[in-house]
Design a protein around this ligand. Sequence first.
Ligand SMILES: NCCCNCCCCCC(=O)CS
Ligand SMILES: [Zn+2]
Length: 578
Amino acid sequence: SRFCSPACKIEVPERLTVSHEALVRTGLAARCVSIAVREATDEEILLVHSEEYLEAVKKTPYMTLEDLMAFTQQYGDVYFHPNIYHCAKLAVGATLQLVDSVMTGRVRNGIALVRPPGHHSQKSAASGFCIFNNVAIGARYAMQKYGAKRVLIVDWDVHHGQGVQYCFEDDPNVLYFSWHRYEHQNFWPNLRESDYDSVGKEKGAGFNINVPWNKVGMENSDYLAVFFHVLLPVAYEFCPDLVLVSAGFDSAIGDPEGKMCATPDIFAHLTHLLMNLAGGKLCAVLEGGYNLTSLAQSVCQTVQTLLGDPAPLPADLGGPCESVLKSIHCVRSAHKQYWSSDLPASELSAKSLKVAEQKTGNEPEAQEQRSPEEIVWPEPPKRLCPPVRTAVALPEGVACPDACKRCSSAEAPSSLYSLSLHVLCECVCAGSVCRITVSLYILVCVIVCRAVHVLICVCVCVCVCVCVCLAPQGCSDVAGFMQAVLGLLLPLGYEYNPGLVLLVRMPGSGVCESVWQQLAGLLQGLAQGHTLVLMQVRGPVWVKYSPVNWWMCIQDQNWQLCKCTNSCYQQAEYIRYS
Ligand SMILES: NCCCNCCCCCC(=O)CS
Ligand SMILES: [Zn+2]
């Protein structure tokens, strides 16, 4: 009978079958393009691993049981099954097939559901269930075959991918970000170099970011705070050509390894926040994830966001806990010298990162006492996947796009203010909007919102401070702008949890196109994507309002609304008319 180390009780084949079955059951698989897997070649594996290691692993299918056990003992927490070499080659091959499909533009993004995982394996060693380092090979492959200059690897698995860190620690072209259960080096793999002060070596200094979780029981707001205040400002400054995600879901609630409390829907937001980078080129590669229920739910949340569906409302976020604030402060201080977009750590005061009352110490222990099966959490909320409908406000004399039928509103709104009020009221009285976050530029239209309710003004005053500190520099201060969006607007927006985001761009606001689109994209993580974008520009411009995706073509002050069928636009983008 097959010898079995304790490890093989959790890294089991059912991980892939339950994930795939969930994708099929929810209809998500049918919306995806399936990519064939293949075995990796020796040359591809040698992009990261040594010849002697590869040659040794090649022998494992033919080893006797005792040889296999001896071979396994030399590594930590892996098991070598006679078939694992074949599976490990398929895991790498699947990853590279995904990288091919994304880098050639055949698909925009995708996920490789593979096992064994990869992020712990090293040049000449297997570790932590990992044989070959799928994601590290994927990064090297993308740089070698497609000339990718900068690759961002985001490792949201609950373990530190030390294998990836070792592979790229002196390489400034690969930015490796990992958060991981650490508990002051008391959690596996118990490495000193997993702490926040490992920032990379030589030319790679600043390109390795470790965020240690020194407590278990981390929640959604902790994960988002690290994205807003550590990863995203640096990722935007790094400006990658490709994003690889070491998508381990053992960081989700119910996992026996992670013992965290973040719910599966958080992966919809983490994915969304990364999709605006690298022109949307994102390859997620499965790492860990051992609670079959939360694994399947987390995979579905990730895939549904990759497909472009609006993220669910970020349910009742608190502020990050004290322990996370400390980790964030430490890692930002360690990296302050490398990243200009990094506000001095002191700026990250408790006020902008609302300090939640210290998590009462007993929760995690309670978690520890309950067996993983006993931990329950609510089903992820049903998510909108709105048909793409459109509304076009057309100036006189401009023909409707095909298949549109003009249904001008009763009173053709005569100005930007009355239009947004008009649409606003339509939303509000349609009851589909309970609260509204006004975004950066709405302050100029504060008169529009007066008719809505006083809550707006609270938010507007916050936005006023952001806009004031931004407007003078205009587009030249992109870093400053993005820092304010990531470090202030998004955290507050997520905590405020609005029913609608109103984004108004006034002429002379001085923000350039790309930054504007980043802002509109990022804000769609709020309000289930209910975003109204109003732009007043010279000449007609199409803008997008979702989920009904109202398109408004605006010319000067002349507005008319008409609804188009959803056949007009499959993927809502900005289309500028000549
Ligand atoms: N030696 C005491 C217990 C050690 N357990 C090690 C578990 C490794 C988990 C690796 C993993 O999940 C990859 S994502
Ligand atoms: Zn893991």
